[in-house]
Design a protein around this ligand. Structure first.
Ligand code: 6GU
Length: 226
């Protein structure tokens, strides 16, 4: 998989890919991340990439031309499965979307800034608009990092234990059951006996039961039929 991220704040997208699982997935060549500074694609003075809104109003708008130059250059080099615009008015990210996107080959992610992009960017280039939740961030960069993490960890070979992404919370629309490690007693709190029993079928049943209980209590909305 290859992900090209277009941004006006490339620095914000450095550290998420320089540590832990994302770093290792790049080193193992399971994914390539290419960050593009939108200011490298403007021909205007002061590397301007935004301008005032037609019709007036507060806030700057990202101009269509630099975005066109960047996306068109990338599309001239290879085919892309999706051109994703990260924006608070997009479709809210969930596990099913991450699963679908993890099967793609090449993705472009455009990070929104300021008031957002000129409408013609959406009409000309964008195939999918994604938000990471109902709150407003200063820009799409952190959202792009979240989206990349949710996708990349699902690529086969990225996680050491191949089954572990499948047992994640949300993969079956349930929260995870309680988990424990040593010591078996801490400040009077004991690990449930069943987990120490060595009886795998009973352990699995207990986990399923607890996952369902927890979901009913904390996220009953996940249990509703779609
Ligand atoms: Cl994708 N962008 C911004 N600016 N804010 C957000 C978001 C995206 N998703 C949730 N809030």
């Amino acid at each position: 998989m290859r992900i090209d991220i277009i941004t006006v704040v490339p620095d914000l997208l450095k550290s998420p890919f320089e540590a832990s699982i994302l770093k290792r997935s790049i080193e193992k060549k399971l994914v390539e991340i290419h960050i593009h500074n939108l200011r490298d694609y403007t021909t205007l003075s002061y590397k301007q990439i935004d301008d005032y809104q037609y019709g007036g109003g507060a806030g700057m708008v990202m101009m269509v031309e630099p975005i066109d130059k960047c996306i068109s250059k990338l599309k001239g080099e290879r085919d892309y499965d999706e051109v994703i615009y990260l924006t608070p008015d997009g479709e809210v990210l969930n596990q099913a979307m991450a699963n679908t996107l993890s099967l793609k080959g090449n993705l472009i992610m455009l990070c929104g800034h300021y008031k957002g992009v000129d409408q013609r960017v959406r009409e000309l280039f964008i195939t999918r608009e994604i938000s990471i939740g109902d709150y407003v961030l200063s820009g799409g960069e952190l959202a792009a990092a979240v989206l990349c993490d949710s996708i990349i960890r699902l690529i086969p070979g990225v996680l050491g234990n191949e089954t572990s992404a499948l047992t994640d919370a949300f993969q079956d629309d349930l929260l995870s059951p309680p988990i424990y490690t040593r010591p078996s007693t801490y400040k009077g709190l004991e690990v449930p006996k069943i987990l120490l029993s060595g009886h795998q079928r009973k352990v699995d049943e207990w986990r399923d039961e607890k996952a369902l209980e927890r979901t009913k209590e904390l996220r009953p909305d996940l249990l509703k039929e779609d």
